[in-house]
Design a protein around this ligand. Structure first.
Ligand code: NAD
Ligand code: LMR
Length: 333
């Protein structure tokens, strides 16, 4: 009697506190460390689970001293229960594991290394936290997201509403670049960016913003499409965007958690299993996605495009199709 009551009280208090375990896979890396720190500062995160093939217990020990309430645990393949324990009961899993670009490389050049890393981590997610929201950061996102989908399908646990390619950085960049031109506050510059996450597959829709004339500013369009290259070049061999990506990843995770907690009207553009271009054989596409307690709630259509954007979209779809097919073919092989 006493035991049953005790168990019930524990179960009640756990749900009342809305436990949100968030896992970061690749937590010791350039993105993983600042992302984990930002997640530690988020009161919606109750447990932070940091996994990497090396160094995660050290990162976890360091971050665990930050005086917010969440608990932090670090896992390596051979310690603390490894990946299985890191993923158990996770509500959100962020995946920044994998190698970054060096100058002269495209994101697709990372495929040979990162495809198998993401495939293996996706397998573990499918086994140990099939209901979690999976947020894929590892490049090339246009291919790694389809890889995750195929792995989940093969395990019979694919839920298209729970799989996201993180394209938030493109939106963050677009608003910042516009604010620099206009001398405005980036918070007031809401720029929709659609398509995928690399080069010409990134399509900013300035015609729908406060500054429709900017769609004919070819330099700005190119800067949004190739913003990642700017950082790769400036870091000169030491990697790609990490700090701005950490901010973007933390924002995406926060949005997923807000929606999971019942908040209405949470919209984040992200690369998801989308009906928008399936008739052209393109199963994944990034557009504005409304989030809800079950993940993807509603996928917004693109809305009206001007002539410049129509052309950009055409170029995007061609590349995107190939990137997606490459990911699917890799997993099937
Ligand atoms: P990094 O090399 O600094 O860190 C990667 C981490 O992944 C390392 O700590 C490494 O040990 C770990 N790792 C490798 N294999 C692993 C495995 N099997 N399991 C767990 N961890 C593993 O790289 P980074 O700068 O953090 O970038 C990571 C990835 O994110 C790259 O692929 C990069 O291109 C991508 N990225 C994406 C975006 C985006 O907008 N989606 C933005 C920036 C970077
Ligand atoms: C970015 O957009 O910064 C990332 O995709 C990293 C890269 O390779 O550019």
């Amino acid at each position: 009697m006493f035991a049953a009551g005790f168990i019930q009280r524990r179960a009640f208090s756990a749900s009342a506190r809305n436990l949100s375990k968030v896992a970061v896979l690749g937590a010791s890396g350039g993105i993983g460390q600042p992302l984990s720190l930002l997640l530690k500062l988020n009161p919606k995160v109750t447990e932070l689970s940091l996994y990497d093939i090396r160094g995660a217990p050290g990162v976890a020990a360091d971050i665990s001293h930050v005086n917010t309430k969440s608990t932090v645990r670090g896992y390596e393949p051979s310690s603390g229960g490894g990946l299985a324990e890191a993923l158990k009961d996770a509500k959100v899993v962020l995946i920044p594991a994998g190698v970054p670009r060096k100058p002269g490389m495209t994101r697709d050049d990372l495929f040979n290394t990162n495809a198998s890393i993401v495939r293996d981590l996706a397998k573990a997610c499918a086994e140990h936290c099939p209901d979690a929201n999976i947020l894929v950061i590892s490049n090339p996102v246009n291919s790694t997201v389809p890889i995750c989908a195929e792995v989940f399908k093969a395990k019979g646990v694919y839920n298209p509403k729970r799989l996201f390619g993180v394209t938030t950085l493109d939106v963050v960049r677009a608003s910042r670049f516009v604010s620099e031109i206009k001398g405005s506050d980036p918070a007031d510059e809401n720029i929709t960016v659609v398509g995928g996450h690399s080069g010409v597959t990134i399509v900013p829709l300035f015609s729908q913003s406060n500054h429709p004339e900017l769609s004919s500013n070819a330099d700005l369009v190119k800067r949004v499409q190739f913003g990642g290259d700017e950082v790769v070049k400036a870091k000169d061999g030491a990697g790609s965007a990490t700090l701005s990506m950490a901010m973007a990843g933390a924002r995406m995770a926060e949005s997923v958690l807000r929606a999971a907690a019942g908040e209405k009207g949470v919209v984040e553009p992200s690369f998801v299993d989308s009906p928008l271009y399936k008739d052209q054989g393109i199963d994944f596409f990034s557009s504005k996605v409304e989030l809800g307690p079950n993940g993807v709630e509603k996928i917004h259509p693109l809305g009206p495009l001007d002539a410049v954007e129509e052309k950009l979209l055409e170029a995007c779809l061609g590349d995107l199709k190939k990137n997606i097919e490459k990911g699917v073919a890799f997993t099937k092989a």
